[in-house]
Design a binder for this molecule. Sequence first.
Ligand code: COA
Length: 308
Amino acid sequence: MNFTNLLYSVDAGIATITVNRPDKLNALNQATVRELEQAFLAAKADPAVRVVVMAGSGPKAFIAGADINELAQLTPVEALAFSRHGQRVMLTIEQLGKPVIARIQGFALGGGMELAMSCHLRIASDAAKLGQPEINLGIIPGFGGSQRLLRLAGRSAALELCLLGHSISADRAYQLGAVTRVVPADQLDAEVDKIAKQLAASARYAVDGVLSSVLVGGECSIEQGLDYESQAFALCCATEDKQEGRSARQTCQPQNVLLREKCPRQKFFSLGEDARKNLSFQQYVLLPVPGRRQTLRCRTNPSAAAAR
Ligand code: COA
């Protein structure tokens, strides 16, 4: 996909969306917010995408907030539309149905912190600085920051950051529960990559079930949340992933296994055609392989081992 202010790529189930305005510290102008919406909707619609990584270009910033130059020109009516559109984009990210990982280096301020908080996991460099400095400009967060910070880190942290407007370190953000993990700056890419690959190889409906159960549960009574969880749990039990996971507990001799690629289904790539005909597959074990979902199928017919 071609964008003016974003880079968009998909590789091995992982879509990477990068705000690409490094000379403006990736500030979110209105055009960029519109492109973010298009990019996330594309990632949602693409069945090949299992995980999204949200990043900013350059070493200095994830995103240094909404574009101050544009903010200065907004009339109240335009500000309302800008805020509502931004909130809708953040909700699109939060409700994507696929995990979104924020890769946070440098500044994540204002709209940058709001965008990071709408992602499901936030992996920060130890050099990152986070904050909601809007009050220093005479305004308040407008893309959901007051609401998500409250839910993530509690009332005390939300009031402190939004009222005082100062930046905090990645370590402090971690202590507050506002970031998921802090890593040395030179390990940020490796850590994000590792987590993205793990999620891309995880059971699709179980991942969706976790995302939706936690999101729904945060906004309703315990009874409603539990009911939702039960239904998502039951749905997972109808999936092939669940059948394979259950059988993984059964004994399986390593020499009696055959590597099978899960997608496309039934494509055996470690045996020739003759060998396949002799096989009787009855048990399954789950074997996550980095970057690709694969399974091992166990043969119950010992004589078939000779066919390998
Ligand atoms: N909107 C528009 N432009 C921004 C921006 C923003 N939110 N944040 C940074 N920029 C631009 C600067 O204007 C500058 O552009 P220029 O070179 O054309 O003048 C460029 O990005 C580099 O920023 P600069 O301020 O020179 O970098 P710095 O290292 O000295 O300071 C910050 C970094 C993040 C502390 C500082 O840029 C800043 O305070 N930005 C505003 C953060 C903010 O209030 N965000 C919330 C907005 S609601």
